[in-house]
Design a protein around this ligand. Structure first.
Ligand SMILES: C[S@@+](CC[C@H](N)C(=O)[O-])C[C@H]1O[C@@H](n2cnc3c(N)ncnc32)[C@H](O)[C@@H]1O
Length: 314
């Protein structure tokens, strides 16, 4: 992706364009180029949203879930009723609850939300829905996993989709330290030198809190398996035989490479690999190195500024 000129004296990286979505309009005036980038991403979002709306058997219900998971519904009472009993909402209420347009920053997940159960935003949830529904449609064998789950929202959504389609032979694996990021190990992984994510309190979410979130959505059951510990320690022996979806969201070089090295072979042909943090240099390098060393030629599909995914075909 090309750099962009903010004005003659200042080069603005696309990441900044996205970050600036979080700034109130009156504090920051976007250039025409920045507006164009945002417009393109918004169009991509709309296309994917429309695709899912047209093709999903449960599109209204999944829309409601995506909006609740991202905390983008202003009707607090409706959300409370959903958590008490999702079946108590009428079709009319479900459809109307998602009429309000979400903000661009909620679509792209450009910030760490205070209350939402996921930080990945609506665009990446649309991609997740697309991948899981394709897997179901094409009967791709294997479980689903996210490595790096924070409050659990993306994995909760995976379980919601399986449940709605009454899929009984797939498990959602929820892998995290449940105590935040590890200290980088620059001797083994120089690519992670200087990463300070382990210091960030907001990124530490305990196992009980995540389990409780699953419970709130009515999906804490035997088709959910928690794998607690640093991925560098847990992935080698994780009780996983086959996967249809592998979603990586642990940001760093070390964990990205570890997960790919231990789980990619278990991904079935027809399954999907999503790299949430491809925009981060360490994560990108781990992914690119792994693809090169393993002659992976399936094209990388750019999802939004942050993420890529590909369908395994071999
Ligand atoms: C960006 S958040 C994940 C966001 C999440 N996917 C969502 O839906 O909001 C990163 C998560 O990865 C976990 N994490 C990062 N590095 C890890 C590692 N090496 N081992 C285990 N967990 C890790 C952190 O604890 C944190 O919960």
């Amino acid at each position: 992706m090309k750099n962009l000129t903010r004005n003659k004296s200042r080069i603005l990286h696309p990441r900044e364009v996205m970050r600036n979505l979080s700034i109130e309009k009156n504090e920051y005036r976007r250039t025409k180029k920045e507006e164009e980038i945002i417009k393109k991403y918004l169009n991509d979002y709309k296309s994917l949203h429309d695709y899912n709306k047209t093709n999903s058997k449960f599109s209204d219900y999944f829309n409601l879930c995506k909006r609740i998971l991202t905390d983008t519904i202003s009707d607090e009472l409706l959300c409370r009723r959903f958590f008490q009993d999702p079946n108590s909402l009428t079709d009319f209420e479900i459809i109307n609850s998602t009429n309000e347009n979400p903000s661009a920053k909620s679509i792209f997940g450009t910030f760490w939300p205070k209350r939402a159960h996921t930080m990945i935003g609506l665009m990446r949830l649309e991609n997740l829905q697309f991948c899981v529904e394709e897997i179901i449609k094409n009967n791709v064998q294997g479980d689903l996993i996210e490595t790096g789950v924070w409050r659990g929202g993306a994995t909760i959504f995976m379980r919601i989709i399986l449940k709605k389609y009454e899929i009984l032979d797939k498990i959602v694996h929820v892998a995290d330290s449940f105590e935040g990021f590890p200290q980088p190990n620059p001797e083994m992984f120089p690519e992670d030198s200087g990463v300070i994510l382990h210091n960030i309190q907001e990124l530490k979410v305990g196992l009980n809190e995540v389990k409780n979130n699953f419970k709130m959505y009515g999906v804490l059951d035997s088709q959910v398996q928690f794998i607690k510990g640093f991925l560098e320690n847990t992935m080698k022996t994780a009780p996983i035989e086959k996967l249809s979806l592998l979603r990586l969201d642990s940001d760093m070089f070390s964990s990205t490479l570890t997960v790919l090295e231990n789980l990619y072979d278990k991904l079935s042909s027809g399954g999907y690999l999503i790299v949430d943090d491809y925009f981060l240099p360490g994560c990108k390098k781990a992914t690119d190195d792994f693809r090169l060393q393993n002659n992976i030629s399936e094209p990388l599909q750019q999802l939004d500024y942050y993420s890529v995914f590909w369908k395994k075909t071999s």
